[in-house]
Design a protein around this ligand. Structure first.
Ligand code: HEC
Ligand code: HEC
Ligand code: HEC
Length: 367
């Protein structure tokens, strides 16, 4: 195949060609990969939201592909524009049966429209059907007021940024009982100085860590004296003896379990709310920290006013496994792993009926 002189020269000058070939191959592949990354872009690009001053490393990165995919639940959100009432419009409460007092100012057309949407949002086909006196009717009355209360009185949380508000769908997503509800958890050992010691158990609630599983009840339900648990870890004084009022290691563990829950509920890391060099310092937090703080009080209030009283209303099969307590809501029931529920979809725009508590719905945006 080759000329004779070449074969001769070749056999007279034996050389190991593998070394250089491998070197050239490796260098060539590296150049190729680099060229592809420059030419085609990074295969898993990320986008990041800066949450603190430059140079502090405070940013929350996310994969662009996740951001673009969006929340699949958005597609199933049923909504329709309100029918602006005129002077002659009849109120549902005067005309129809089974209209809850919380919707006393709603006209017949808008009540029917809302009922249809609420049935789709909760997946309960006969919700508020006249003559249907099952427990779901009483729960729904309470839920409507709770939704109105959240939208009217907690706008600083649920309208904080993208102005999205809350409807039944935010929590329910087409199911009668929402995902991400929680129950009280039983103690392992009541003798551990008043701490339930429910640790080193693999539970969903502890996010599979060895931290306590009882942090939600600790921070969100009142204790016997009417107090809520306080998130605290340490101050900066160095001392050997614990002084009166110093946080204990158990409080630190509760706090970290709770913070883990925050991060997982919103799909963010700690610097979304804190400057991680100073978790203890409330002057170095981000604006989201304040929204989160309001969120805590908002959840405490809804549990106290609307959810806990349902204990006597719900049938036994809906109650918790250990204390037969009501299924409860918290951050994750609305957020479901996202910074803003449903990727910041404005769910309230078309539903002035659910935006006010004990007041006339405002249809001015539709006139
Ligand atoms: C009733 C439903 C609901 C509950 C419960 C809830 N949130 Fe929210 N949260 C929202 C909505 C809706 C928004 C988006 C508001 C906006 O951007 O207009 C939001 C926004 C936030 C933000 C701001 C996000 C941003 O983009 O700036 C933070 C932080 C937050 N929530 C934390 C929490 C924490 C922590 C809890 C639990 C203690 C909690 N939320 C409970 C509905 C809820
Ligand atoms: C902030 C979250 C949240 C919102 C918003 C919400 N719910 Fe609920 N809902 C829950 C939780 C948690 C439960 C389970 C606890 C219970 O049954 O009391 C529940 C249970 C229910 C049940 C009982 C279902 C069953 O079969 O046990 C009904 C009915 C209901 N909701 C109706 C509604 C309606 C109607 C709306 C809107 C007007 C609404 N909910 C808005 C959290 C919410
Ligand atoms: C959505 C916002 C948010 C996220 C995310 C978050 N935190 Fe917090 N953190 C708060 C708020 C609000 C408080 C105050 C709670 C209170 O006063 O009850 C707090 C309190 C704390 C405290 C107690 C501070 C003190 O006073 O001693 C520590 C420690 C802490 N967080 C650590 C973390 C860690 C670690 C992470 C990440 C795993 C994290 N946080 C994620 C909002 C957040």
């Amino acid at each position: 195949m080759f000329p004779k002189w070449f074969d001769k020269w070749n056999s007279d000058n034996p050389t190991n060609i593998f070394g250089p070939a491998i070197a050239v191959g490796v260098a060539g592949s590296a150049v190729f990969v680099a060229a592809m990354i420059v030419g085609w872009g990074q295969p898993f690009p990320t986008d990041s939201q800066q949450t603190g001053p430059r140079g502090t490393g405070m940013s929350v990165p996310e994969f662009v592909s996740d951001l673009e995919a969006g929340d699949p639940a958005i597609e199933d959100f049923v909504t329709s524009e309100p029918i602006v009432p005129t002077a002659g419009s009849a109120l549902a409460i005067d005309t129809l049966e089974g209209v809850p007092d919380s919707l006393a100012n709603v006209t017949v057309e808008n009540y029917e429209r809302l009922l249809e949407a609420m049935r789709s949002w909760t997946g309960i086909e006969d919700l508020l059907e006249p003559g249907n006196d099952g427990y779901q009717t009483e729960v729904a009355w309470s839920m409507i007021e709770m939704t109105q209360n959240i939208n009217q009185n907690w706008a600083a949380h649920v309208q904080a940024n993208a102005e999205v508000g809350v409807t039944c769908y935010t929590c329910h997503r087409g199911e009668p009982v929402p995902n991400n509800i929680w129950f009280r958890v039983g103690p392992v050992n009541n003798n551990a100085a008043g701490w339930p010691a429910i640790q080193n158990r693999v539970t969903m609630t502890s996010n599979f860590t060895s931290l306590p599983s009882t942090y939600l009840e600790h921070f969100l339900l009142q204790d016997e004296d009417g107090f809520y648990g306080v998130a605290q870890v340490h101050d900066l004084a160095s001392r050997v003896e614990n002084l009166e009022g110093d946080p204990l290691i158990q409080q630190a563990e509760m706090t970290y379990a709770w913070m883990n829950y925050f991060s997982n509920s919103l799909g963010v890391n700690c610097v979304f709310c804190h400057n991680s060099r100073a978790f203890y310092d409330p002057t170095q937090v981000t604006p989201q920290w304040s929204t989160a703080s309001l969120g805590i009080i908002m959840v405490q209030e809804q549990l106290e006013q609307y959810i806990l009283p349902l204990e006597d209303v719900l049938p036994a099969e809906r109650l918790g496994p250990i204390y037969a307590d009501v299924p409860k809501l918290a951050c994750r029931t609305c957020h479901q792993g996202e910074q803003q529920p449903l990727n910041g979809l404005n769910v309230i725009a078309n539903w002035p009926e659910l935006a006010v508590l004990d007041d006339v719905p405002d249809y001015s945006a539709f006139e």
